[in-house]
Structures are given as C-alpha cells and as structure tokens.
Design a binder for this molecule. Structure first.
Ligand SMILES: [Zn+2]
Length: 316
C-alpha cells in the first residue's frame, strides 16, 4: 500500500506541549521495521498548492497563515504555536492526503501517515488543526474530474466539526462522525450522520454501532472514494478520549472499515487523525494497527499470506 510521508511532518514543539508530534516519525519507523510499508511505497508530498487550498479555505485565513499574522486568539484556538515550519507542515500533510486519495483511486487503498485534521474550518483552525486536508482533497479531485461523491468515515473520538461545516450543503459528500458526545468540540456541527457516544463505551457497543451504521450508509450512498479518519483516541487510556476500546477492539474496528470498503469495491484513503496515549511511542503503536490490518488484508487478497515476511496470525 502506498503511503505519503514527509520528514517535515514533524515540527519541534515546546517540551510541555500536549500534542505528540513525535508520533509521526515513530509511526514511520515502526511500519518500516515491521515490514508493513516498504520504502518503495512511500510517496513524498510537496507543499499543497495555494490554488488547491483556496478550494476550501478563505483567502484571508490563508494569507494570515502564510504571513504568520493570525492574532493571539486565533492561534490559541489552533493550540499549536505558529512558525514557518508549522505552515509548511500543514501544507505537506494536506498534500499527503491528496496524494493518498489519488493513489487510492488508482490502487484501491492508500494512506497518509498524517492528516485527518478535521477541526479546521474554511476560515479558521482549532483543536491542533490548521488545514482541512480531507476537504481539500475532495475539492481538488472533483475539480480534476476524478471524483463526484465522497464518503468521510470519521472515527476520531472528537467530532469532525470542520469537515461537517465545510460540506454542510454538499449532497455529494457524506460526512459520518462517530465520537464522544461529551467530548470536544462542545458545540457540534451537523454531519450527514452523527453518532454521539457516552463516556466509557467499550468494544462491543462501539463495534455493533459502527457495523450497523456503515451498513446503513452504504445502502443509501455510493461513494467514488472513502476517506477514513482512523483516529486512535477512542482507545482505553487515551488522555482525552473518555472511551475504552481495547487494542483488539481497535483492530476489529479497522477490519470492519477496510473489509467493508473492499467488499463493496470502494477505494479507501486512510488518514491517521488523533491519538493521545501516555507516550508518543504508544500512540504510534496504536496508529500502526490500521496498517497491520491493511497489510494482512492485502496479503490475503493477493494470496501471498504464506510467503509474507510479516507474522500474520491465521484466522485474524
Ligand atoms: Zn481526536
């Protein structure tokens, strides 16, 4: 599976900052080490073109981001200090999702080892999100005539408020968000379908709800491409998540999404979105699960499971 990654996805933050920036290089290292991604499958994105960003974001917001002139309140809302490196990083990650989407349309499945910045609105950022990568990818692909209908499956534990707002009046984009009802953002936007979970929800209830809703969505909507925000903040022990998925529960979740798209022949572009485990290493370990499941599925599909270098336990 082709994966977009750039070393400048990582930007140094103050040591006390809650955002686990180190998870990006740690995830790449892990995927290469475990043989889940081959070096030849890596796509290095350039910075997203301003013309592509303008398909979603306001001219004023982009100009202020480029010049570093957003006011203190706007920066507090984003929650990450502005720097030229942050602006570059945001554009690289947005392009990474666009590259992953293009690769998914060609290959059936692809990923960005970043992205899923779903709290970014057209005219402002918030919740560690600067640019809405999925929205930019949808609009750019549509402009290029490669896409009409897109489905966004957002399983980050926080509601995809920016994505919901951007596509509120767009009948060709189905936004599905399953999130903690009492979690950030306090004021939810309206997605095409929202599933708000109570605190403490664990594997059984989560997986049952997900399966049921995915089935309903695909019965009524036929997307040309599915974007998956595979946030791992619903995991038990996440600093912000308030839910209680086990590692096996997360693996089952990923299988449900991947296998549903595969069975229906819907191309799938994966972004990693949020995750706030106790350490960045643990967060990267959780993000690796979706890649392990994708690898296993691809190996099984191509009939190469027997010769696979990676340990793929039978029957899972
Ligand atoms: Zn989140």
């Amino acid at each position: 599976m082709r994966c977009a990654y750039h070393r400048d996805y990582f930007v140094a933050l103050p040591p006390s900052h809650p955002f686990p920036m180190a998870k990006y290089p740690l995830l790449l290292e892990r995927l290469l080490r475990e043989g889940l991604v081959a070096p030849a499958d890596l796509i290095e994105p350039a910075e997203a073109a301003l013309d592509d960003l303008r398909l979603v974001h306001s001219e004023e917001y982009l100009a202020q981001l480029a010049a570093g002139t957003l006011d203190a309140a706007a920066m507090r809302r984003i929650g990450v200090p502005w720097s030229a490196a942050l602006w570059r990083r945001s554009r690289l990650a947005a392009q990474g999702t666009l590259e992953a989407a293009r690769a998914a349309l060609d290959d059936g499945m692809a990923a960005n080892l970043a992205g899923g910045t779903h709290h970014a609105f057209a005219d402002h950022g918030e919740g560690f999100c600067v640019l809405n990568d999925v929205a930019v990818a949808v609009r750019a692909l549509r402009r290029d005539g490669r896409l009409r209908r897109a489905l966004v499956v957002d399983l980050d534990v926080h509601q995809g408020n920016g994505t919901a707002a951007i596509f509120a009046d767009d009948v060709d984009v189905f936004t599905f968000s399953m999130h903690g009802e009492r979690n950030y953002p306090l004021q939810k936007m309206r997605s095409t379908m929202d599933v708000g979970l109570t605190d403490g929800v664990g594997d059984d209830e989560y997986l049952e709800l997900l399966g049921r809703h995915l089935e309903d969505i695909f019965e009524s909507f036929a997307p040309d491409l599915v974007f998956y925000l595979a946030g791992v903040d619903p995991a038990r022990g996440d600093r912000y998540g308030r839910l209680a998925l086990s590692d096996e529960g997360l693996a089952q979740r990923e299988r449900q999404v991947l296998e549903t798209c595969r069975a229906l022949g819907r191309p799938l572009a994966i972004t990693i979105a949020g995750g706030y485990a106790k350490t960045a290493e643990r967060t990267a370990e959780l993000h690796a699960i979706v890649f392990r499941e994708a690898h296993r599925m691809e190996a099984a599909t191509s009939g190469m499971a027997a010769s696979c270098q990676h340990p793929c336990p039978a029957g899972s």
